[in-house]
Design a protein around this ligand. Structure first.
Ligand SMILES: Cc1cc2nc3c(=O)[nH]c(=O)nc-3n(C[C@H](O)[C@H](O)[C@H](O)COP(=O)(O)OP(=O)(O)OC[C@H]3O[C@@H](n4cnc5c(N)ncnc54)[C@H](O)[C@@H]3O)c2cc1C
Length: 394
């Protein structure tokens, strides 16, 4: 405990000295988030300074080992850092699918060479990754995917297409599920890693209801994917044809991330703050809904703490991330519904300066996708029924 108290004091002082005031403001726009990558630019000097300080300290991936670019923090220390960052409202220095998804999969299934090579690039924000899982016709039923890699000895030739690939047009590399054996559904998929600049890769952005275009259709026409990028750096994770194991493991991390379980709270307090802002003008039914939201958001935070503690000691049920994903995303949708209800007709404004270009309705529309991305709410409930509740017939 004394060690942890000392670590807290040291971390607090470090944050005080290194986190610029501008980086202690809530994220308002997409470019307030730094994603890294070959073509990345910083919005301002404060964003650059904050990222570089965290990168040099290993705080972009605090719990990863030092040799892979992390700070080697214990789970308890990482929690202290999270709490201290939340206390001052510090923004994450780097957001990346490499950190949330590929990194954990490499830590579990990667070779030593892959870990040294790819994890360090991720930690330093050098390479931005995208996720090539879903295909037209293979979303919830992911294992039916058809993108095919023909074995050519030292490489595959990949043909097919993916859909809903978030930021495919901005990513440098892709982690991609490719069928390499048509005769075996589950044991015929390989988890490949390749450069989006490879000849034959192309992307076409898809426009969302919010007016943004954060994802793409992605096409592969005779893309040459090497089986090796150097000594002990295979171009695939795990074993050839056993990529489904890696894919499922990664999905657990993706669902945990989308759930918001590791954020200190899922918007608890917003009900009270909206009620205060309205100065007693709100409809009593809406006030009751806002109060109920705050209670549920606090309960979700408590559940998130318990879940993460169980993960730390290796005791979490493997299907819990599905439960957290369902609860966290449905809660987030509810939160934005309430913001819209409390905002009245002004909340529907789409373009004005006063509403920062319709930030509230755009964010509200974006949350509609929360219960689809990373696995739909219906599918999450199916998993909870079958694997956690063990309901008969599920
Ligand atoms: C914002 C966003 C970002 C995304 N980013 C990526 C990405 O980067 N990479 C990537 O690969 N994919 C990405 N996806 C795709 C996402 O993973 C899929 O949309 C999701 O898995 C659902 O698949 P689907 O769209 O094909 O819907 P379908 O599987 O066709 O489902 C249609 C409907 O049927 C229901 N349904 C299907 N099966 C069942 C079942 N067994 N039980 C009950 N109901 C069922 C679903 O709940 C849904 O309502 C993204 C999606 C969104 C919305």
């Amino acid at each position: 405990m004394a060690d942890l108290d000392a670590f807290r004091a040291e971390t607090r002082a470090w944050l005080e000295a290194n986190c610029p005031p501008e980086m202690r403001q809530p994220v308002r726009d997409e470019d307030d988030v730094y994603w890294g990558g070959r073509n990345a630019t910083f919005k301002n000097d404060a964003q650059k300074a904050w990222f570089e300080a965290c990168r040099d300290k290993g705080f972009t991936v605090p719990a990863w080992p030092k040799e892979y670019g992390g700070a080697g923090l214990s789970p308890a220390e990482a929690k202290v850092l999270r709490e201290e960052m939340a206390r001052i409202g510090a923004r994450p220095p780097l957001s990346s699918f490499g950190i949330w998804m590929l990194g954990p999969a490499l830590l579990q299934f990667g070779t030593e060479g892959q870990k040294k090579h790819f994890l360090n690039q991720i930690a330093r924000g050098e390479i931005r990754w995208c996720q090539g899982y879903s295909e037209p016709g293979s979303g919830s039923d992911l294992v039916s995917l058809q993108t095919f890699g023909e074995d050519k000895g030292d490489h595959w030739v990949v043909n097919g297409s993916k859909i809903w690939t978030s930021y495919a047009d901005k990513a440098d590399w892709i982690f991609c599920l490719v069928r390499t054996d048509k005769t075996n559904k589950y044991q015929g998929i390989t988890f490949m890693l390749y450069d989006m600049a490879s000849p034959g890769v192309s992307t076409k952005p898809i426009l969302l209801i919010s007016g943004n275009s954060p994802f793409c259709e992605t096409f592969f026409d005779d893309v040459k994917v090497p089986k090796s990028y150097g000594e002990d750096i295979p171009g695939y994770v795990g074993e050839i044809n056993r990529g489904w194991d890696v894919a499922k493991y990664l999905l657990g991390h993706e669902r945990e991330m989308i759930s918001g379980a590791d954020s200190s709270e899922r918007g608890a307090g917003i009900g009270a703050s909206l009620t205060r802002q309205a100065g007693g003008e709100l409809d009593p039914i809406l006030r009751a809904e806002l109060a109920m939201f705050d209670v549920d958001a606090l309960a979700f935070s408590a559940m998130g703490e318990k879940f993460l503690d169980e993960v730390k000691v290796g005791k979490a049920h493997p299907a819990y991330s599905n439960m957290m994903k369902y609860a966290g995303t449905e809660l987030n949708k509810r939160r934005h519904e309430l913001v819209m209800s409390a905002g009245g007709s002004t909340a529907l404004e789409w373009d004005s300066e006063e509403t920062r270009g319709g930030a509230a309705p755009r964010a509200w529309l974006r949350t509609k996708a929360n219960s689809i991305e990373g696995g739909t709410s219906e599918v999450m409930l199916g998993v909870v029924a079958k694997r956690i509740l063990e309901l008969p017939g599920a």
